[in-house]
Design a protein. Structure first.
Length: 359
């Protein structure tokens, strides 16, 4: 690329010239590309030694690219070290606990006794191993995502060419991940597939939203908000992402914020029962019961069998000590999802409240 490939008009409205100079001063807050007239006007004059003609840009980009390659080489070596450590752990666990009959009959009395001790202790070690690895991974992922935020990797990416084949494959992976997401207990599996979709097409906002929704279902609300925000950078009117963010804020006890984002979802689709239910729930938790009932009633008018709205209306009535009426809505909700523990627990509390108090 030659310097004359960049032809930008100066950003100063009354300057007709093309930019010819670029500023590399790290602390400079002014627009970095400027023309000769800007230079004459004294723009960037306090760090003129850091200003160069446009060709310097290409040299600088190559230099940073080389430094980035060096950094990534170090990071890749560190990642390989982590993978090696995990592989060593996996092989060690296999060797210790997966015992063949052939191996057993070759052991002496002492070795056999020790092996049996290990096998008996496996149940307690099983939980310890899973919890230790899970907690370590959660900490690792949280730190990586904080790093991504710090260096602003979550901002909307520059639009580079993505092949038609990559876009189609990304969408195919999204559908596969979405199916896993709908299968309740397969959210972790869904995220693995959705990550593949996002890697192929970073602009696949549906895959990004679905990852956010999966994280929400796993109770990782702060991480879910990060991914919902990424989807909204690509499509600010994506109502599923707006609802996802609202629902996460509600679960983080940020009820006023949750209402704001639920309202944004409702501005796109006023018939969105999930957004209405989330708003109603947030109003209830703020003890604004009359407003909450009005919103939830609106949702139930749209869909009388909307599970979240039914249990939220029950909760509103329950919180206002209207136990008999609350029970009717809890029972109606449980006819739709009989296994919902939260609703069953609330129904039990109503029954307990209605029992005559023992003297």
């Amino acid at each position: 690329m030659q310097s004359n490939d960049i032809k930008l008009k100066c950003s100063v409205s009354n300057h007709d010239a093309l930019v010819q100079l670029v500023c590399f001063e790290p602390d400079c807050k002014a627009f970095r590309f400027f023309c000769i007239q800007c230079q004459k006007d004294g723009i960037h004059q306090n760090h003129v030694q850091m200003c160069f003609e446009i060709p310097k840009l290409f040299e600088y980009a190559q230099k940073v690219g080389k430094e980035c390659d060096d950094l990534l080489e170090i990071v890749n070596k560190q990642w390989k070290s982590i993978k090696y450590q995990f592989q060593t752990l996996i092989e060690g666990i296999k060797k210790k606990y997966i015992i063949s009959n052939t191996f057993l009959i070759q052991l002496n009395y002492s070795q056999l006794n020790q092996t049996l001790e290990d096998l008996i202790n496996f149940q307690s070690q099983n939980s310890f191993i899973k919890n230790t690895i899970q907690n370590t991974l959660f900490d690792f992922i949280e730190k990586i995502e904080k790093l991504e935020q710090e260096i602003k990797l979550h901002e909307k990416p520059l639009s580079f060419h993505i092949s038609k084949q990559e876009i189609e494959k990304s969408q195919e992976l999204f559908y596969k991940g979405y199916e896993l997401y709908q299968d309740n207990d397969k959210y972790d599996e869904a995220i693995i597939i959705l990550d593949q979709a996002i890697n192929l097409n970073p602009n696949n906002y549906q895959a990004i939203w679905c990852k956010a929704a999966s994280l929400r279902m796993l109770g990782q609300y702060k991480k879910a908000i990060i991914w919902a925000d990424k989807a909204l950078l690509l499509d600010p009117k994506h109502n599923f992402s707006l609802y996802c963010k609202a629902a996460c804020l509600r679960m983080l006890d940020q009820y006023e914020e949750a209402i704001i984002w639920a309202n944004k979802a409702l501005a796109i689709d006023s018939q969105d029962c999930f957004a209405l239910s989330c708003k109603g729930s947030s109003l209830r938790l703020l003890k604004r019961f009359n407003e909450a009932i009005k919103v939830i009633n609106a949702s139930l008018t749209i869909n009388p069998n909307h599970f979240d709205s039914l249990k939220e209306k029950g909760a509103c009535l329950h919180d206002e000590h209207q136990y008999q009426q609350a029970m009717l809505f809890y029972e109606q909700a449980l006819r739709i999802f009989p296994g919902d523990q939260w609703t069953k627990d609330r129904l039990d509390k109503c029954l307990q409240a209605l029992k005559p108090k023992q003297k």
